[in-house]
Ligand binder design. Structure first.
Ligand code: BEZ
Length: 394
């Protein structure tokens, strides 16, 4: 299977000429298009997440007439397969091989860490449309790296607050054994233990395994009030379905970081009913940007957007702010990055702004999945910032 594909030139046909002279980097004025390298998963358990991010980016740019800051945008895609061992090579393909002007990725925290290390070294404008790896906006923070999504512990923290409020006292955590799962569980414990909750066991399985039977049997024998879980994409759907098939939902409430239900609401069917989560987005948010976003995305792609699409959309909003500040000259980094750091715009999730480490400060919403829809139950945490420990902007 091919894991690398070129895609769309949204305005102007510069792709062929750029391809014809791969070792010459023309100045921006001559080249026409800003080349945005997308390092995202297009295969595996996170494939749908990569697709949603890409769709929303493409839609945003199309709606801007194919240009941001007066420059045509050309996307170049690499399937990162959510595979950390291949991350350095895949990032290098975009940076050194394709000579992209902007780097954008990714979903999986382990892949994002390798990408961010390269981005820190070369100073390319870099947008993170999902991966919540905390170090990227803590000790590894950098003037050129911007996250439009969340920090992993931010989501766990908000969910822990909501579980305490709902009266959960004893919990078991279940997640994949990799940095995003570990950081999500740490965030959950931060608020849950502080508020008097007890975690009786942390259970993990390797990423991206979906053999949940023995874990579900163990949870049943531990008899907690609730499970806190971190799963996303195909694995999240399988977890909810297996949980329901084992009838565990009748005894132990299933909670999770909102990735558990986002993008798989409809596919979960009755297995999703009653699953509660917290996340920085819920489809029913009553703001004009969200309503238009849902209508346009659904019309374009014949399916509803999700949180990953929102993050992709906002990555392009942020890039637009940066490019507008420098008249489209992506080499003017000294002016571009401060403009992006200060950016405030309307997002489908509500008002968008970044903290000092370039991670969003945002509301987290309590949701309950019912009848294939995440229902809004209230605000779980208001304008929650991530810890910026260790972040020193050069
Ligand atoms: C992560 O690896 O950071 C991640 C993946 C999917 C959803 C949320 C976070």
């Amino acid at each position: 299977m091919m894991n690398r594909r070129r895609i769309l030139t949204l305005a102007g046909a510069t792709g062929a000429s750029t391809l014809a002279m791969p070792f010459v980097r023309p100045s921006w004025a001559q080249s026409g298009a800003v080349r945005v390298g997308l390092l995202l998963p297009y295969s595996g358990t996170y494939a749908a997440l990569g697709e949603a991010i890409t769709n929303a980016m493409q839609l945003y740019v199309t709606q801007q007439g194919g240009k941001l800051g007066g420059r045509a945008i050309e996307f170049v895609k690499v399937d990162d397969e959510s595979a950390p061992p291949k991350a350095t090579e895949n990032t290098t393909k975009l940076v050194s091989g394709e000579k992209v002007d902007v780097l954008c990725g990714t979903v999986h925290s382990g892949v994002a860490m390798a990408m961010a290390k390269i981005a820190r070294e070369n100073g390319l404008p870099t947008l993170i449309p999902n991966a919540g790896a905390e170090a990227i906006t803590r000790a590894m923070c950098a003037p050129n790296i911007f996250r439009t999504s969340f920090g992993n512990s931010q989501v766990g923290d908000a969910t822990g607050m909501a579980m305490l409020k709902a009266g959960v006292k004893k919990a078991v955590t279940v997640t994949w054994k990799y940095s995003a799962g570990a950081e999500s569980v740490d965030g959950f414990k931060k608020s849950f233990l502080k508020g008097g909750g007890e975690v009786i066991k942390d259970i993990t399985l390797p990423f991206p395994d979906v053999e949940f039977q023995s874990i579900l049997a163990e949870v049943a024998s531990l008899k907690p009030d609730a499970v806190y879980s971190f799963f996303a994409g195909g694995g999240a759907l399988k977890f909810m379905k297996d949980y329901h098939a084992a009838k565990l939902n009748e005894k132990v409430a299933l909670w999770g970081a909102g990735f558990l239900t986002d993008g798989v609401e409809k596919a979960a069917g009755p297995a999703g009913d009653g699953v509660k989560t917290a996340l920085h987005y819920v489809d029913s948010l009553d703001n004009a940007e969200n309503k238009k976003f849902i209508a346009d995305y659904t019309a374009a792609f014949k399916k509803a957007p999700d949180v990953y699409a929102v993050q992709g959309w906002d990555s392009m909003q942020l890039l637009r702010v940066g490019l507008e500040a420098v008249g489209g000259d992506v080499t003017k980094r000294k002016d571009m990055f401060p403009a992006m750091a200060k950016a405030e715009f309307k997002s489908p999730r509500g008002p968008f702004k970044l903290g000092t480490s370039h991670n969003p400060i945002q509301n987290f919403y309590l949701r309950e999945l019912r009848g294939g829809e995440n229902k809004y139950l209230g605000v779980a945490a208001e304008m929650l910032a991530d810890d910026t420990t260790g972040c020193k902007m050069a």
